[in-house]
Design a protein around this ligand. Sequence first.
Ligand SMILES: [Zn+2]
Length: 447
Amino acid sequence: MADVAVELVLRSTRVITPGGTRAASVAVAAGKITAVLAHDAEVPAGARLEDFGDDVLLPGLVDTHVHVNDPGRTEWEGFWTATRAAAAGGITTILDMPLNSLPPTTTVDHLRIKQDVARAKAHVDVGFWGGALPDNVKDLRPLHDAGVYGFKCFLSPSGVEEFPQLDQERLATSLAEITGFGGLLIVHAEDPHHLESAPQNPGPKYADFLASRPRDAENTAIQNLIDQARRLNARVHVLHLSSSDALPLIAAAKAEGVRITVESCPHFLTLTAEEVPDGATEFKCCPPIREAANQDLLWDALADGTIDCVVSDHSPSTADLKTGDFATAWGGISSLQLGLPAIWTEARRRGRTLEDVVRWMSAAPAALAGLDAKGAIEAGRDADFAVLAPDETFTVDPAELHHRNQVTAYAGKTLYGVVKSTWLRGTRIADHGTPTEPTGRLLERQN
Ligand SMILES: [Zn+2]
């Protein structure tokens, strides 16, 4: 990089680096960070200075759990709208989930269809997860070679018929195949038998919905997954953990050396069952938002590393599908644009720092997917940044959200943390909440 002229210098009194927060000037050339310099470093001739004063410069967030649904269910969401929401929210990389689009990302041909659709619409960098289905074991290796970051499976019904779940036997088969080529399996971990035997009382009461998705369903599925991962020495990741009862199982597995990582989501960490009004189906997701005491334990687990990352599970649908009662409404919460301020608001209330938030929402998800160019402000990484005014507040107005259907469980909430701008490879991709041109690239797994 030494012979590439510095084009841009980003300066702030608070730059969050892997070594801590400090006043610094970050030099950028050809879309990469070339150096993190002293705050008062001389700006090289020909370079442009962007001085953010006391606003915080953090690495662009990496959201490894996004349902873009494009092509096929583009009335739910699409690459244009989802990546604009991401850019406005300080996210510079997303990984798209393999289901809810038509086709799902379960063969190389399907992956190419999705990449063709995404290419011209991506305002942030976009990579893809593949899907592990009962009948596509032969497609897993080709998908891995084609550059997906790992494979998602369900252990209970996914909500769409083209993406069936794996039973324990097929889970073992797929996991053995994936482990054979050094891949990663990411798992929606709810046990179908526990869901079937839970009380089903459809209607507007949130308590009834919560009882229909009991903690035991998560706990059992996670225990089974740990057992399979141990037996095969496989690498697995638990998606959207909600049940705090599973934390001791996970902590013990990690201590024992089982290769397991875990994510949770802004809605589990900032919203509580107690506050969901009856009939408020915009709060429906699976697994469900649980009680405040459960949430406290999830925060403890973030602090001690039992939970590795926080990602959105942005999973929209059309507004009409989000209505009705809790049994029939689509399960999914849209938070691409709001995840950073939602988590920061709760983190600061609980005495956590922005450095913690960066670890959970940028460094750890980048590490999960092996995105070596992302997730930190240091020389050699992509020049991806978010500029945040952490002490400014705003009130969530659904009309200001860029995702396609402006349904949100956060409407009317006042949150700390205003994203002033977002930068991708040295180009400003959002300015005060307004996305600019699509300059995102399609990413493929490299190693
Ligand atoms: Zn999801």
